[in-house]
Design a protein around this ligand. Structure first.
Ligand code: NAI
Ligand code: MG
Length: 357
């Protein structure tokens, strides 16, 4: 597998460097070698050249089977320049319609909840339009009384494609799907969501389907997260709720994601978190979100046993608090936690069934 590696900024390079040996070992154990193509795209390149990624970037990425992405963003460059110029651009130009964000609790990892055990949900987030489509403008700039317009775009084909993916995902899990909108107040785009997803739901009578308004969902995620299985969300709501979900199971360092177009490659696999400038450069970033993003990459490439072996090794490493990074209340560094995962993986016998984690 040819993997484009975009470490990016801040903790991005730290977590990606720590994760790659684990992913390479898991893949090679299952007969696949990873050929890594390192790309210097991100904030530093922007400051040097005026663009975060080169004009031929799409060709480069399309010549690969998958992209592993760290994070972008640095304090000395306006946020929207890098986030839009790199990660949102990749999602939109590769038409990566689905942003998959699984969230589960891990034995031994502390939570803000009294009992986080058994949380296991997945956010299926729309990834190319909605509120992040970039339509709008600033009017009367500098004249006083300035206006900012941000137009959300929701389209039937994109909603339907995403909904089918989400229902199919629910069929591989506990067969429950919650559509998250705000159609009581934003009644143009979100009533379209309601109607399109209601229609798709009729093709999935075996999946328990409900509609939940996003504000109520925020409360429910905290109060009864175990009642949730698949959450189907617009771009904005999926972005916000996935940080909330991550916080329930140990924080931003624990949340992986996959940007995919089902049936197509390359996908972009990245931790949900950003460049974390507050902790960058100290070697203490939690690599788990990146490792689990790599597991999603292996799974998407058809290497499910390799993906499961990474998850099982992460579970074993996390069960020992001496491997915990500061965000989990420990004192271990990025390298210590990643090495514990690697050592556990090395000790796994390939023919041994992967323990349920
Ligand atoms: P952030 O996710 O970088 O950080 C939020 C909090 O989580 C911070 O306290 C940070 O220390 C902590 N955190 C994040 N990752 C961690 C890890 N691996 N281990 C331990 N703690 C971790 O979000 P923030 O601060 O809003 O954004 C920082 C920069 O990242 C901004 O420039 C933003 O635009 C960018 N960003 C980029 C994203 C991407 O590349 N996909 C996504 C989100 C933000
Ligand atoms: Mg976010």
């Amino acid at each position: 597998m040819r993997i484009a590696c975009i470490p990016g900024d801040g903790v991005g390079p730290e977590v990606l460097t720590a994760s790659l040996p684990v992913l390479a070992l898991a893949a090679s154990r299952h007969g696949v070698e990873l050929d890594l193509v390192e790309l210097d795209w991100g904030g530093e390149r922007y400051l040097r050249t005026g663009v975060a990624m080169p004009a031929e970037s799409l060709d480069v990425v399309r010549s690969c089977d998958a992209v592993m992405f760290g994070a972008v963003g640095r304090p000395d460059v306006p946020d929207h320049v890098l986030v839009r110029g790199l990660i949102i651009a990749l999602r939109q130009e590769l038409d990566l319609a689905v942003n998959l964000r699984p969230v589960r609790s891990w034995h031994g990892v502390p939570s803000v909840l009294r009992d986080a055990g058994g949380i296991d949900l997945v956010i299926v987030r729309e990834n190319t339009e909605g509120e992040y489509v970039g339509v709008g403008g600033r009017v009367k700039r500098g004249l006083g009384g300035e206006l900012g317009l941000e137009v959300a775009v929701h389209s039937q084909p994109v909603i339907e494609r995403l909904a089918r993916f989400a229902f199919d995902t629910a069929r591989t899990r506990r067969r429950r799907l919650s559509l998250v909108t705000k159609s009581n107040a934003m009644y143009h785009g979100y009533t379209l969501w309601d109607e399109v997803v209601d229609e798709v739901a009729t093709d999935y009578p075996d999946v328990v389907f409900e509609r939940v308004l996003v504000d109520a969902m925020a409360a429910r995620m905290v109060q009864s997260p175990r009642s949730l299985d698949v959450l189907l969300c617009s771009n904005l709501f999926g972005d916000i709720l996935s940080d909330l979900a991550a916080a329930l199971v140990g924080g931003m360092g624990m949340a992986p994601s996959a940007n995919i177009l089902p049936g197509s490659s390359p996908g972009v696999f990245e931790p949900v978190h950003g460049s974390a400038p507050d902790i960058a450069g100290r070697g203490i970033a939690n690599p788990v979100a990146c490792l689990l993003s790599g597991a999603l990459m292996l799974e998407h490439a058809g290497l499910l046993p390799a993906a499961e072996s990474v998850r099982a090794a992460v579970a074993t490493a996390l069960s020992d608090p001496s491997h915990h990074t500061p965000d989990l209340g420990g004192t271990a560094g990025t390298a210590t936690l990643a090495e514990a995962v690697l050592t556990t993986l090395e000790a796994q016998r390939v023919d041994q069934p992967v323990p349920a984690s």
